[in-house]
Design a protein around this ligand. Sequence first.
Ligand SMILES: [Zn+2]
Ligand SMILES: [Zn+2]
Length: 182
Amino acid sequence: MNCDYHSERESVGVCFSCGKPVCSECKVVLQEKVYCNPCVNKLLLYKTEAGPTRATAVSLQDAPAVIEKEIMRWNWGAFFLTWIWAIGNKLWVWLIIGLAAYAIAFVPSPNNKAIWVSIICQGVISVFLGVKGSEWAWKSKKWDSIGHFKRTQRKWRNWGIVFTAVGFIIGVIIGSTSRPSF
Ligand SMILES: [Zn+2]
Ligand SMILES: [Zn+2]
């Protein structure tokens, strides 16, 4: 494999952020992890919203913390797909918790109370996974790079949106066709 920035040079490692191969000249090592120059620059420029004068507000020392922040974002895929997402991310405990919350709905109860309890439990699980999902998924699986992780989680988000939208439409259709007839 050759360096992504120098096609004639042999690579000595792979950038932990974007996954591109880098040569010894392009390689930057931060806390025992290899990065490419553009990614390090991006990390250092991360906090530039305050203005161009603060372009170097993040030091090389702080870069790993910035990367961590980049990973620990709200996870829409986990929020929408909960236990399905948990299977894909090898979080088996959440598969069981998610299915248990779903199963509550089938417990016989007066006035469909169990269904409401189930819906509330599922809502709590969704929010919980939205907040903590990224962190857990990052730790539970071996990811090639931050880029790989983000691309995968973005796919989950897109499927989550499709899944929820289709579910909503089906719900509306069933709701409108099963009106009680007099
Ligand atoms: Zn990179
Ligand atoms: Zn290079």
